[in-house]
Design a protein. Structure first.
Length: 310
């Protein structure tokens, strides 16, 4: 099992280093065409990693990984809306966004790792927690299907107003691309800049979304390696995907409803064997149903866009 973690760690480290060097070479500014290519590359790498899963862990775990990756990738799109609100509210300049999101990803790796370790240890000790996770997911799914579009900006402004008391959102002194600057009034004293405030907001938003997304993946598989790898590969591409935000998010209006149905299905998966008198729903069926529901949402959105244009 150790070799699996070594392969994964090396892959993630190489991706983060490559991303950092590419961004540095581009001076924080990347064209839409390049961000689309990079986003597609991250999706392909995440999917191709299933080959490693197949040879190391077998076909059943491969199906679990692909299901978890697709669900996590779709759920993580919601983070993009929040990132947009945070950057807009704090008036972060374009060339600084890549740096904040890069450090944000490193923080995500740490926080998600902690959540997954806690979740897996709880499931090992108390199997009934899976039933709580499942009910929680079905409630989220129903909410996504029935609720109207929430005002994310109002919700996040409340969070901003509370954190503004402790962290700066404006600074008179020039701070460039630094998270901290030296405080001239005191020796060996440093003050956080709005970039650091933005990084804190990004990390907090991911912690909030992790509360929803990690139970979803645990309902697909309780294997810590599958949960962690699917989470990380889904999140890594978010940084580049953010810069396609205005061009792609409005194209898939019905994706939210597909995701709601998927969460209800995944949540009910633990109860279905009792109702249908079967041992367990095969992972391949879970993957197939997830892909079909997502495809319906995407195709319905494309059809809606075409009919609205005519």
């Amino acid at each position: 099992m150790l070799i699996n973690w070594i392969i994964f760690s090396i892959t993630i480290a190489l991706l983060i280093i490559s991303d950092f060097l590419f961004t540095r070479k581009s001076h924080g500014r990347i064209s839409l065409k390049k961000t689309l290519y990079l986003s597609l590359m991250y999706v392909c790498i995440g999917l191709l990693y299933s080959i490693v899963i197949y040879y190391r862990l077998g076909a059943a775990h491969t199906s679990e990984y692909l299901s978890a990756f697709l669900v996590e990738k779709t759920l993580s799109v919601d983070n993009l809306f929040v990132f947009s609100i945070i950057f807009s509210y704090l008036k972060i300049e374009e060339e600084h966004k890549h740096k904040i999101l890069l450090f944000g990803i490193i923080g995500v790796i740490v926080f998600r790792g902690i959540f997954i370790l806690l979740g897996s240890s709880l499931i090992e000790r108390f199997e009934w927690i899976m039933y709580l996770f499942s009910v929680f997911l079905m409630m989220i799914g129903l909410k996504m299907l029935t609720s109207k579009e929430e005002s994310n900006s109002d919700l996040n402004k409340k969070m901003f107003s509370k954190l503004e008391k402790f962290l700066p959102t404006k600074l008179d002194a020039p701070y460039g691309n630094h998270f901290f600057i030296k405080n001239n009034s005191k020796k060996f004293s440093f003050s956080p800049t709005p970039l650091f405030t933005c990084l804190v907001f990004v990390e907090l938003s991911d912690v909030i979304f992790a509360i929803d997304s990690i139970p979803a993946v645990f309902s697909i598989t309780s294997h810590p390696y599958i949960v962690f790898t699917s989470n990380l590969f889904a999140i890594l591409g978010l940084r580049t995907l953010y810069f396609c935000l205005d061009h792609i998010l409005n194209l898939f209006k019905y994706l939210k409803y597909s995701l709601g149905v998927i969460l209800i299905f995944i949540g009910s998966k633990i109860f279905l064997p009792h109702l249908l008198s079967i041992k367990k729903i095969p992972p391949f069926y879970t993957l197939s149903i997830t892909v079909i529901i997502l495809a319906i949402g995407v195709l319905a959105s494309i059809y809606r866009n075409k009919t609205s244009e005519t």
